[in-house]
Design a protein around this ligand. Structure first.
Ligand code: AMP
Length: 208
């Protein structure tokens, strides 16, 4: 199964991708996580990407493609994968097709108005990238990951200003991918409001 998850920021793609990847025994490939690792290591690529990310803008395609290509070349990705956050525009979708064909594009349909609060309250484990929400999905101990005890961090682009930019970018650049994958016959739409468990059931049933 080679799938990509598409939806606006905060739709729950990361949480669902992490769970589905575990169930299906394939890697969860988040270009956001890969880029944040580059930023953390202060690599040349990370330093170039950092400003765009902080502002909520798309990182130039060539940089994202470089991290994605390297990740797809690792042996675990040959069995399949779930992409989360890639492609973000039509050019990226075409670049991806040059490397590998997708079986599914899963669209997370959500009510955008509710997402701003979701993002502002979001906290992420610095080590395993598990996502929490201080209001709706809190960890057992505040700001500590249930799974590995690492500190939870608030992403620098989860503030109101960057979030607004990220929604605009999504509408303009990423949403056109829906009709693109519809035409290819691989788009599946799932209602993505409700409990994490219910949504996971819907996700998995579209990935058979
Ligand atoms: P995410 O974790 O998917 O919300 O991504 C966080 C940020 O990383 C985005 O706002 C972009 O700045 C950058 N990013 C992640 N994936 C891509 C991509 N496919 N193309 C361009 N920028 C990306």
């Amino acid at each position: 199964m080679r799938a990509t998850f598409i939806g606006p920021p905060g739709a729950g793609k990361g949480t669902q991708a992490m769970m589905a990847a575990k169930t299906l025994g394939i890697p969860h490939l988040s270009t956001g996580d890969l880029l944040r690792e580059e930023v953390q290591h202060a690599s040349k690529l990370g330093l170039e990407a950092q400003g765009y990310m902080k502002a909520g803008k798309l990182v130039p395609d060539s940089l994202v493609l470089a991290v994605l290509r390297a990740r797809l070349a690792r042996p675990d990705a040959t069995r399949g994968f779930i992409l989360d956050g890639y492609p973000r525009n039509l050019d990226q979708a075409k670049e991806l097709e040059r490397m590998v064909a997708l079986d599914r594009a899963i669209y997370f349909e959500v009510n955008i108005e509710e997402l701003v609060t979701r993002l502002v309250e979001r906290r992420t484990c610095a080590t395993c990238h598990r996502v929490y929400n201080r209001k709706t999905q809190p960890p057992r101990v505040p700001d500590v990951c249930d799974d590995d005890g690492s500190a939870l961090v608030h992403r620098p682009d989860d503030n109101r200003e960057a979030v607004t930019t990220r929604f605009e970018v999504y509408q303009k650049e990423t949403a056109p991918l829906l009709s693109y994958y519809q035409r290819q016959g691989i788009l599946r739409t799932i209602p993505a409001m409700g409990s994490v468990k219910d949504i996971q059931v819907r996700v998995l049933s579209e990935m058979r």
